[in-house]
Design a protein around this ligand. Structure first.
Ligand SMILES: N[C@@H](CCC(=O)N[C@@H](CS)C(=O)NCC(=O)O)C(=O)O
Length: 246
């Protein structure tokens, strides 16, 4: 496994903390700051951090360097036996799995339900997109790039083809829609943009899927006030730098 230079992670950590003041506050605030165990380049952590900004809540960020085993301590394992980041502690309520955390933050602290609609059909579409990313799009990204990033393996054309197929499905889902589940930004866009930001940083050409290309540009712009550049793009660039060292 490659080691992410701790200095790069620390610089990113400082940037993320400095810009926290830019967001506007949620109407419902947690009684004490929500602790978020995270690592800046981690894709699911980036989705949660941008969601918290969009909701307008403060997080107490706890840097957890999984490459140095900080997720395998007895204290961490007691909290999350699955030893993954992101892991959330909201006054003793522990939750992991980024998409579940994103939904919780909106449900518990959202100004309104626009990021995760309460309407059953609208919510069902958001859920479908979230699960499409978890089980298909991000899974196929990871199948292709995981071995390349972390084990120095070479590009696999068959896996790239499977990823491209999933991007074609995303392209169809976007037909006639500004955002992945409808007319406005939801947590599904935040999750899926993280996958696409990785692909962009890694040089995977998805621009032949026209709806995807337009949506990507639109969503990056929509997320700029919520830390797109400093959280998502910067994190993806750290990951991509592993590849460039090959
Ligand atoms: N599906 C999970 C994935 C979490 C995950 O695998 N995170 C990685 C970092 S990107 C991790 O913590 N790996 C350490 C391990 O599994 O031991 C989510 O969305 O939160």
């Amino acid at each position: 496994m490659k080691i992410i230079p701790t200095a790069i992670i620390l610089i990113l950590l400082v940037c993320i903390k400095c810009n926290a003041a830019a967001r506007s506050k949620s109407s419902r605030m947690p009684s004490q700051p929500i602790k978020m165990y995270y690592l800046p380049p981690s894709p699911p952590c980036r989705a949660v951090l941008m969601t918290a900004r969009a909701v307008g809540i403060d997080l107490e960020l706890v840097l957890t360097n999984i490459l140095e085993g900080q997720h395998m301590t007895p204290e961490f394992l007691k909290m999350n036996p699955q030893h993954t980041v992101p892991t959330m502690d909201d006054s003793g309520f522990i939750l992991w799995e980024s998409r579940a955390i994103q939904a919780y933050l909106v449900n518990a602290y959202g100004r309104d339900d626009s990021l995760y609609p309460k309407n059953p059909r609208l919510r069902a579409l958001v859920d479908q997109r979230l699960q499409f990313d978890l089980g298909t799009l991000f899974a196929r990204y990871l199948a292709l790039y995981g071995p390349m990033l972390f084990h120095g393996e070479s590009y696999n054309g068959d896996k790239a083809e499977k990823l491209n197929e999933a991007l074609g499905w995303l392209n169809s889902m976007l037909e006639g829609r500004a955002f992945v589940a409808g007319d406005n930004l939801t947590i599904a866009d935040i999750t899926i943009v993280v996958t696409l930001t990785n692909l962009d940083a890694l040089g995977f050409d998805f621009r032949s899927h026209e709806n995807v290309a337009k949506w990507f540009d639109r969503t990056k712009k929509a997320l700029e006030p919520y830390g797109y550049a400093e959280i998502d793009q910067a994190g993806a660039e750290i990951l991509a730098s592993f590849l460039k060292k090959e």
